[in-house]
Design a binder for this molecule. Structure first.
Ligand SMILES: Nc1ncnc2c1ncn2[C@@H]1O[C@H](COP(=O)(O)OP(=O)(O)OP(=O)(O)O)[C@@H](O)[C@H]1O
Length: 909
């Protein structure tokens, strides 16, 4: 049965039970999410929700009662394990409304035996708004992003986009304005878990596809969320300020996106306000542009198969805190373009590179520092528990220690100095108070009590003493009863149903049964009987009331401490960020020291001069597996004269020699350098790279109807259309996905375009040896090859990049190494020698002399032959509107449209 039919029945339906009526009412108000409906110790789901959740969670689908003559499907999850189930549902992109009982069942009963306990949705859990530790990845941000589109742009172009993104678990809040060209790259750089946008935008198919590529859960919301006219007021109100001037200047698109995100947070958090930082404007122009294909091809934060392990991020991440790890990931995702800003980060790394003892001491402290930002956010949202308070206490202790540990040097680089200031300004008095207040191993939930340390509150201590005293009296009572009745096996026990009771084996309860005035029978078990006495009942109520009063005091203290923490929230957040900065700088310094990395020189030139460069991931893998050492290689793509553009290296060489590795390592070195890290090289001088492009081994994108070759060409087109003289381009085996001559021609023309038009610094690896002749005509193109040795007919890879061109690919030798049957290897050799014989007279040899250079070419004007629109026009001519009914006119229009679509464009040749 569908929930819609249940909704249609409505609460007024006579056959609907009062509880079902309540359920339907709440479900109708929350149609876009699975409703977790609290019933005792379970969250129950009904109707379609139950079917969806049972399938997703692999739990049993049962039924409960009937609705309009049909069974109501139901499934449930126990409250204590709800987080695990939530995690699964959220990971699958579902949203969940959590509906709680908002009154005691006893209260409901007072209104009549049939009245239903009041319930209300207290929270909407969505992928982008979770704050629970168990649902979050410690080392990764959990971004909720909002996207808005405005027509007419300050950047030029047709439309302008506003992006806002928030990590509710840490409070970070950023906005930027972007355009059609950058949009996909910007979203992938943010890598949001959930992306909200106006529902009308999501209906545009192409747009939707672009967004789906980014891998975020898409949540459509009403357009009104993004109203830019009221956005300023909305933001000002959220942050309790009169004007936003103090936060900076924002564009209309940015304000609209920021307002959308706040509306969504208010809706999902039902009025609770997470402590967000004021929005910080991220300038798209300040970050290296890495398009989505390049980002995934270079395996920056995930490998092509989606794993973290084996990515650049996993290889270079030596941070020891969650906030450090998140900061490192965000720096890697957005390398900078300003040499000065990069240099500041490098200074901090260099400081810890040189001060090893301080660094290691600090790292030891940081290891014990909990994730204060996330605990703070939970506390502010009233979702925090005693362990979050302990996390703040322990965190502030770490802040104090870190501050003292870094006080041994007189001069600090700016980044470390700023971090130290934040550590120094942390609310240390509050820290000391929390230290005194909270126990070392508190329970998860505050309602369990027992988390306030003894000695902190006199009243609490007294009540606890009373409770403990009573417990001692119970122990004495047990001994007395035992002695009196001669029963050593008599025990006084407690459970939640009976409270305290006396238990003895049935066979020995004769005396108690005989004195029912004193020993009141409560329960008969298999082999045992349970009793109580007035004495015991009195004691029990004393214990209970002391316990209850103690718990009430603990709750009060908790609320007071929580308020104090939230009040100092900004200082705590700043200190947590300070720890993160120290962690990242220390971690990158440690990495540099252990793996022999160097500080690159970065400036505004077009240099790209690397000596002894290595691939950080391959080098680490070789080291770990105990294989051969990685062979370091140089690259120099800088201009030959100061005014010149950068150079292109055309790399030919055998299969398996290390061409792809060399290409990628140089791209990775550029990324690492501009994120402010040291790089795997003996020395590096890099002129800022504005955009990084790569075309390396693509896979089919069948979901979007693109073959391997099509993907390759789409990526190549993007590069040739967008790369500038400040970009770095790496192209690996362009054209290999089609027939040899087509591929060779495309590769040939692409190199010429890169050299003459884009003027980018570029590395181009190819098996088309014919291309090496281009160096004679293109003055900034040099040939390089990877050296190998031949020994007894086999090939030995030296992995050394040297000037010059390869004469052959040694493909057959590599195939032999791969275990191709000997007969196939032999036959291949015969075929090869035949082909080589014919190739000597190949026309490709002479191409260089016969073809004019690219720049001198005018693009051929497409000639239009008979336009296929013509039949449609003829058809149109035959129609006489005056003779047609409106219906016939509409049909004719459909017919014309379909013939237009079938032959969509004029044929060009
Ligand atoms: N500089 C190096 N030092 C040590 N080993 C290397 C080096 N470069 C590459 N290798 C090893 O050689 C293997 C092959 O390298 P790579 O894939 O870069 O070759 P390729 O020339 O691009 O091959 P193909 O043309 O077949 O695609 C790598 O997996 C790596 O283990």
């Amino acid at each position: 049965m569908s929930v819609q039919s249940a909704q249609k029945a409505g609460p007024a339906d006579a056959k609907v039970t009062p509880m079902m009526a309540q359920y339907i009412e709440i479900k109708t108000a929350n149609p876009d999410s699975l409703l977790f409906y609290r019933m005792g110790d379970f969250y129950e789901l009904f109707f379609e929700d139950a079917e969806v959740a049972a399938r997703a969670l692999g739990i049993t689908l049962t039924k409960r009662g009937k609705h309009q003559g049909e069974d109501i499907p139901m499934c449930g999850v126990p409250v204590h394990a709800a987080d695990d189930y939530l995690q699964k549902l959220i990971a699958l992109g579902h949203r969940v409304s959590v509906c709680e009982q908002t009154e005691d069942p006893a209260e409901a009963k007072k209104r009549g035996s049939k009245s239903v306990v009041r319930r209300d949705v207290v929270r909407l859990v969505t992928p982008g708004t979770i704050t629970e530790d168990r649902l979050l990845d410690a080392g990764a941000n959990n971004f909720l992003a909002a996207l808005t589109r405005l027509r007419g742009s300050s950047l030029g172009g047709d439309a302008v986009y506003g992006l806002a993104w928030v990590d509710m678990s840490t409070g970070s809040f950023q906005v930027c304005e972007t355009d059609d060209q950058r949009l996909a790259s910007d979203i992938v750089q943010i890598s949001p878990r959930e992306l909200i946008l106006a529902d009308n935008l999501l209906q545009e198919k192409d747009f939707r596809q672009t967004l789906e590529q980014a891998g975020a859960a898409l949540s459509p919301v009403p357009r009104a969320y993004f109203d830019s006219a009221t956005a300023t007021d909305k933001l000002a109100q959220y942050f309790g300020v009169k004007t936003l001037d103090g936060f900076g200047v924002f564009s209309r698109a940015e304000l609209s996106a920021a307002s959308g995100i706040l509306s969504y947070i208010e809706k999902t958090q039902l009025g609770e306000r997470p402590p967000l930082d004021p929005p910080a404007r991220q300038s798209g122009n300040g970050r290296m542009l890495i398009d989505p294909a390049t980002r995934s091809n270079l395996e920056l934060s995930r490998t092509l198969s989606g794993e973290k392990q084996g990515s650049l991020l996993a290889t270079i991440d030596k941070t020891v805190t969650g906030s450090g790890s998140r900061l490192l990931a965000s720096r890697l995702a957005a390398p900078l373009l300003d040499p000065e800003a990069i240099s500041k980060r490098q200074d901090a790394v260099e400081f810890f590179f040189e001060n090893e003892i301080m660094r290691e001491g600090l790292r030891q402290t940081l290891k014990g520092a909990p994730d204060m930002a996330r605990s703070l956010s939970r506390i502010a949202l009233h979702r925090g528990g005693p362990r979050d308070v302990l996390a703040i206490a322990t965190g502030l202790r770490a802040v104090r220690t870190a501050f003292e540990q870094t006080s041994k040097s007189a001069e600090y680089p700016a980044e470390i100095a700023a971090a130290r200031t934040a550590l120094g300004n942390a609310p240390h008095d509050l820290g000391a108070e929390l230290d005194r207040a909270i126990k070392e191993d508190p329970p998860l939930l505050k309602r369990d009590g027992g988390f306030i340390a003894s000695g902190y509150d006199e009243n609490l201590d007294e009540l606890r003493a009373l409770r403990d005293e009573s417990r001692k009296v119970i122990a004495k009572l047990q001994a007395d009863y035992g002695e009196e009745l001669g029963l050593r096996s008599l025990k006084i026990k407690h459970n939640s149903v009976l409270g305290w009771f006396i238990e003895a084996p049935t066979a020995q309860t004769e005396k108690m049964v005989a004195d029912p005035g004193r020993f009141i029978h409560r329960q008969t078990m298999a082999g045992a009987m349970r009793f109580t006495t007035t004495e015991l009942a009195d004691l029990e109520s004393k214990i209970a009331s002391a316990g209850e009063r103690a718990l009430a005091i603990e709750m009060e203290i908790f609320d007071r401490l929580a308020d104090a923490i939230v009040e100092s929230g900004d200082l705590i957040k700043a200190a947590a960020h300070g720890l993160g900065v120290l962690d990242v700088s220390a971690a990158l310094a440690k990495l540099a020291q252990e793996d022999g990395y160097v500080r690159p020189a970065i400036d505004g030139s077009r240099a790209f001069h690397i000596t002894g460069g290595r691939h950080p991931v391959v080098e680490r893998a070789l080291k770990t597996s105990g294989g051969d050492a990685f062979v370091a290689n140089d690259a120099d793509l800088g201009p030959r004269t100061e005014t010149d553009a950068g150079s292109i290296w055309l790399i030919t060489g055998p299969n398996m020699a290390g061409k792809s590795t060399f290409l990628r390592q140089n791209a990775l070195i550029a990324v690492m350098a501009q994120m402010g890290a040291f790089v795997p090289a003996y020395s590096a001088h890099i002129g800022i790279v504005d955009r990084l492009f790569s075309r390396v081994g693509a896979a089919d994108d069948l979901a979007r109807g693109r073959s391997t070759f099509m993907v390759e060409m789409v990526e190549t087109a993007a590069i040739l259309n967008q790369a500038s003289d400040r970009s770095l381009v790496i192209l690996d085996e362009i054209g290999r996905g089609t027939a040899t001559f087509d591929g060779l021609s495309i590769a040939w023309a692409s190199i010429e375009h890169l050299h003459e038009i884009n003027k980018s610094r570029a590395l181009f690896a190819t098996h088309y040896h014919e291309l090496t002749v281009l160096s004679a005509k293109l003055d900034r193109l040099s040939n390089a090859t990877v050296s190998v040795k031949e020994w007894n007919g086999d090939v030995i890879f030296l992995h050394e990049i040297v000037p010059g061109a390869a004469d052959r690919s040694y493909g057959i030798q590599v195939a032999k190494l791969a275990g191709l049957p000997p007969s196939v290897v032999e036959r291949s050799k015969q075929v090869l020698s035949q082909l080589e014989e014919q190739d000597r007279s190949s026309p490709a040899e002479n191409l260089i002399d016969e073809l004019p250079l690219f720049a001198t070419l005018q693009p051929a004007q497409p000639k239009t032959t008979r336009c296929v629109i013509e039949p449609a026009l003829e058809e149109l001519d035959r129609l006489n509107p005056d003779d047609m009914t409106p219906r016939e006119a509409l049909e004719a229009l459909y017919m014309l449209k379909s013939s237009r679509l079938k032959n969509s464009d004029p044929i060009k040749n």
